[in-house]
Design a binder for this molecule. Sequence first.
Ligand code: GLA
Length: 362
Amino acid sequence: MSSFEEVFGRTPTATAYAPGRVNLLGEHTDYNDGYVLPIAIEQRTCVSMSPNSGDEHALYSEMLDSTVCFTLDNPPAEHFATYVYGCLVEAREHGIEVPMVDIHVQSNVPMGVGLSSSAALEVATLRALRALTGAPLDDVHIAQLAQRAEIEHAGVRCGIMDQMASSLADTRSALFLDTRTLERRLVPLPPVSVVLVINSGVARILATSGYNQRRAECEEAARRLGVAALRDVDNVSAADALPDPLRRRVRHIVTENARVLLAVDCGNAKDFGALMNASHASLRDDYQVSVPELDQLVALLQAHPLVYGAKLTGAGFGGACVALCEPQALREIAGTVLRNYESAGFAGRLLVPSPVEGNEAK
Ligand code: GLA
């Protein structure tokens, strides 16, 4: 663990934080102009910055214990650095004067499991840059620049959910967001329930290519149905004329948007949980982004008497599952499910609530 002071020999001028997120409902709807319902998690990323007098930016990652130097004319080869590079480039294109900076990154957001560690890094970077330069960026602008950084520089044609969640959500209420208009409101979790997140232990290989392929399929389906985006289809039967897999993709998007709208008004944990269960089935059967381990973990969660509902979270293809649970004995629920998952031959891990009390990026 090396602080900014230890790496760069002076105190940082600006420091900013941004959280990861877990999505409760509304999976793959954001790039179809639909509805989403993420909530921030307690794990977060901290970015510190100070101007330097050299001719390169220097970026130190505490997790990797390595420093990468780059200019904005040449993308760095190191993957984690492309997110920061992308943010600085997009900020410059947005008219912000970006000085040469030393940057220190520290994070406890689990990486590569679908909890938006990349959005947390992007949003924290842009917040630190805002604090450093006084640039007039509001939180929505920050999310938009962060999304551009991800699409243009990290090669994932993502929607705007993760960046909006990291920039605007908190850990107590979910963020109900219309990704077309960016209208949003905070929605409390149904009484009396809490969120549990468990990692399946399956790495999300193929996630980028599978993700971009799903997006292309949705665009093709929208084109064939003559709508601007699948958000504009409100009757599932409209999909009947399409060949598979387009029919299945449309069915998922239409039913998933409806589930988000039902969930924000349902007001009780049992119905909310049933919508999460239906979402998982749709992601597995129609959107086809689940894997056997996620199905197994979700089934174990759903079978627990103190769990209202469970589904995979984020893009899928591996990564984590989210459950809505009764608050008492949360760690016991996690312990039972993890033991049963292990008996089935897999190795999962509790992520939320954080297995280490007070495990915050300092
Ligand atoms: C990833 C993307 C988001 C969203 C989810 C799936 O997290 O970054 O934009 O599409 O997958 O819901």
